[in-house]
Design a protein around this ligand. Sequence first.
Ligand code: GLY
Length: 251
Amino acid sequence: MVTRALVRKIPDSFTRALSAVGAASSIDPVLAREQHALYRAALRVDHEIVVEADEECPDCVFVEDTAVIVGSKAIITRPGAVTRRRETPPIADALAPYLDLVQMQEPATLDGGDVMYVNGKFYVARSARTNAEGIEMLRHWFGRDVVIPVGLPSGTLHLKCVVSPIDQQTILLADENLSPHLFPGVEILRVPREETYAANAVARSSHVVCAAEYPRTIDLLDAAGHHPHPVPTTEVRKADGSLTCQSLVWG
Ligand code: GLY
């Protein structure tokens, strides 16, 4: 099967991205693009789809939030942040040749970073970005029993800030954020609380793209038989970004 990744270039306006940490204005766009290139190379997919940047969309590099892809279907989301809603049409256009699209409608809001598919279930955060109608839409499309709403720790932007899938039976979960009991039947690789940021990683078979600044999590992945591929994240994190949010990967 052909593996594909959709990514989007970084605009100069990235320095005006949404940032709860309040550091976007200190982003170096040149360094951010260098780090993005390393990230793209580390994904090692067969086919990369690159969408041009839009200066009117400072957060547009964070494509994960614009779609949820499962099998041959892509749900084009309605992002929770009003300033991010115009990010979705070019992503829909880029995905249309490969996937069957459905469009989430008002009043639903949902960011793809709030959705994790693992062990046949959709774990979906009730967050500041994803509302009850957004979760209900997922239930409508995928089935009531397989959509599991999850509350987030205070101050957490997205579900995948604290947990991400390594494969269909394994997750990386940051200690003291979500209860491991939420994920029955799933093997849990426990990320130490002080490395919470590192719980967000992109896995392709045994190859895991992870944040370079967290040695304990890199060792943990290595010891569990995976192949960590560390990449620098100093610039995206200034805009509350991490690794999964920079791509849509499928296939
Ligand atoms: N800056 C990423 C977000 O707030 O969605």
